[in-house]
Design a binder for this molecule. Structure first.
Ligand SMILES: C[S@@+](CC[C@H](N)C(=O)[O-])C[C@H]1O[C@@H](n2cnc3c(N)ncnc32)[C@H](O)[C@@H]1O
Length: 287
């Protein structure tokens, strides 16, 4: 944890290890691919945030920082906070490459970092808020960083079973054991898959005026099915699930995934429909 201030406590230690280990390195090394996958969420999320040129913006779990930089095109100041050193390195290099001098990055655990109270107008996140061990505490901490009437807007995935991705996982599961995607997940990508959950967490944390709307987008998985399957089999979670599987079974699963991606191949690339929740809320401030 070198380079971080003494008061910069990390409580989400498993997440810290994952995002500073294989998973974070994979995201950093494949920055453009992850952005191709996740960029379709940008415009609806930024529209919901309704940024102004006077706004000070906090991007939670900013990763390689795409959303932070897009927010900075409108906002007066944008700060990206993330656990992952390799991803923050990409974020800093990318901001410098775009000559954005009003963007800064902070390696910290957003659940507990002592942000200056009331110092942001808007908190945003593209898939960076599902990994808190204590989400109510985390959002209360983020809320305190907002000024009274400050806004929150984020996107998080609907259940995998609501997405085209589930057909690929079903093909893979014919050869290796995958997790039960119907099982409720407390922490991880599906933590807010149940649309009642963001409201429960946010109201518990002190936010009000909470909205949860469905968002359907088309994700770009790769240039062709083999490319898409190669990317999927490099994913940190996939590597974790398959760590004890026999190599022959993994090879068969990989071929099955390639075939399954074939159903979504177009001349422009492999396109899968994904479904998210677009969540907004307001921080009322301390009464
Ligand atoms: C799915 S990635 C999304 C990255 C980025 N927002 C994007 O859309 O490309 C989730 C990110 O959340 C970060 N993260 C997870 N838990 C966090 C925490 N407690 N505090 C700060 N960042 C966290 C991870 O390090 C990772 O970069």
């Amino acid at each position: 944890m070198g380079g971080m201030a003494d008061d910069n406590r990390i409580v989400n230690t498993h997440q810290f290890e994952a995002w500073n280990g294989y998973e974070g390195r994979h995201w950093a090394e494949h920055q453009a691919r992850y952005d191709a996958l996740n960029d379709p969420a940008n415009a609806p999320l930024l529209a919901a945030a309704a940024l102004r040129d006077t706004d000070s913006v906090l991007d939670i779990g900013c990763g390689n920082g795409r959303l932070t930089r897009l927010a900075a095109r409108t906002a007066a100041r944008a700060v990206g906070v993330d656990l992952s050193a390799p991803m923050l390195e990409r974020a800093r290099e990318s901001a410098a490459g775009e000559h954005l001098t009003h963007v800064t990055h902070l390696q910290a655990d957003a659940q507990v970092h002592p942000f200056a109270p009331g110092s942001f107008d808007v908190a945003l996140s593209r898939f960076g808020v599902m990994f808190f061990a204590d989400p109510v505490a985390a959002f209360a901490n983020i809320g305190r960083a907002l000024r009274p009437e400050g806004r929150l807007a984020f996107v998080c995935p609907q259940p995998v079973t609501a997405m085209d991705q589930s057909a690929v996982f079903a093909a893979v599961a014919g050869h290796v054991t995958l997790p039960d995607f119907d099982e409720r997940q407390e922490t991880g990508p599906a933590a807010f898959a149940d649309p009642a959950r963001p409201g429960e967490v946010l109201s518990g944390a002190g936010f009000d005026t909470i909205t949860v709307d469905p968002l359907e987008v088309v994700q770009e998985w790769g240039t062709d099915p083999a490319d898409a399957a190669g990317f999927l089999f490099g994913w940190g979670p996939m590597r974790h699930w398959l760590r004890e599987a026999a190599p022959e079974s993994v090879a068969r699963a990989h071929r099955a995934a390639t075939d399954a991606f074939g159903a979504y191949a177009t001349p422009e690339g492999v396109h899968l429909t994904a479904r998210y929740w677009l969540v907004t809320a307001t921080w009322p401030g301390t009464p």
